[in-house]
Structure formats: structure tokens, C-alpha cells
Ligand binder design. Sequence first.
Ligand code: HEC
Length: 127
Amino acid sequence: MKNRFLRLLFLSGTVLALLTACEYDNNVPSPPKPAPPAGDTISYSQDVQPFWDAKCVSCHAGSIPPNLTAAVSHTEVVPAYVIPNNPETSELYTVCKPGGSMAIYGSVTATELDLLYRWIYAGAKND
Ligand code: HEC
């Protein structure tokens, strides 16, 4: 009886060890992007908002935060999801990156992702 208990204990320990060892790390760090050129000009209303309009407002128009409709989107995302000047640590950028939770929904293109990166890098201004 005692023997069986010990065997079971050993077995479950092994299974647990195997499971945790096989945990897949989804967050493989990508090499840092080169800094955008000095004087890079990107406009929130002209460049970033059209991206929200095209890929995100179908869901993010009020009921699911953040609200990405033009009238309120900037106050909704800064500072809640954006760390100005730090795209790599801004949730808004990481969810849109390949493998991010929103990348599949909106089929974000490399160009859109780059716009988002440059806007945050330049200070995430509301211009
Ligand atoms: C098909 C609907 C849908 C589309 C399109 C969509 N989202 Fe979302 N989004 C959701 C839902 C549902 C949640 C909340 C649950 C979750 O995190 O998956 C969410 C959550 C988020 C969050 C918060 C994440 C968190 O963990 O709190 C952000 C930021 C976000 N979306 C940004 C975007 C951006 C940017 C786009 C456009 C590229 C986008 N979403 C497109 C449905 C959508």
C-alpha cells in the first residue's frame, strides 16, 4: 500500500517535471529595431488613426477597451497602453506584433506596425 503511494508520488512528480520543462517560450526576444531617423515625422491623426479605423474599430468602438474611435482614441491609449518613447515595452505595440494577441484579429501589416513603432518612439504625441 505504502509502496503504491510512493510510486504514484514519484510518477506525478516526473510528469510535472516533464510538463514544466516543455513549457514553450512564446516571447522570443526580437533584435531591437534600428532607431527611426532623426526628425522623423509621424502624425497620430494622419498616420496612426487610419490604421485603427481599418483594422481595429470594428471591435474597439466602445464596448471592448481601448476605444479606438477617432474622437477618443488618443486619451484611451496614452498612457494606459503606451509608454511614450518606448515602443518595445508599450502594450499597444506588443499586442500588434507578430504573435501578439491582436495581430491575428487585425492582420496587421509590417507597414502599420512600423508606423505604430515610429509614433511611440517619437513620443506618442496627439498631433
Ligand atoms: C475581432 C475583434 C477585435 C479586433 C479586430 C481587435 N481587437 Fe483588440 N481586443 C479584442 C478583445 C475581445 C480584447 C479583450 C480580450 C483580449 O485581450 O483578447 C481586446 C483587447 C485589446 C487590447 C487590450 C489588451 C489587454 O491585454 O488588456 C488592446 C491594446 C487591443 N485589443 C488593441 C487592438 C488593436 C490595436 C487592434 C487593431 C490592430 C485590435 N485590438 C483589433 C478584440 C479585437
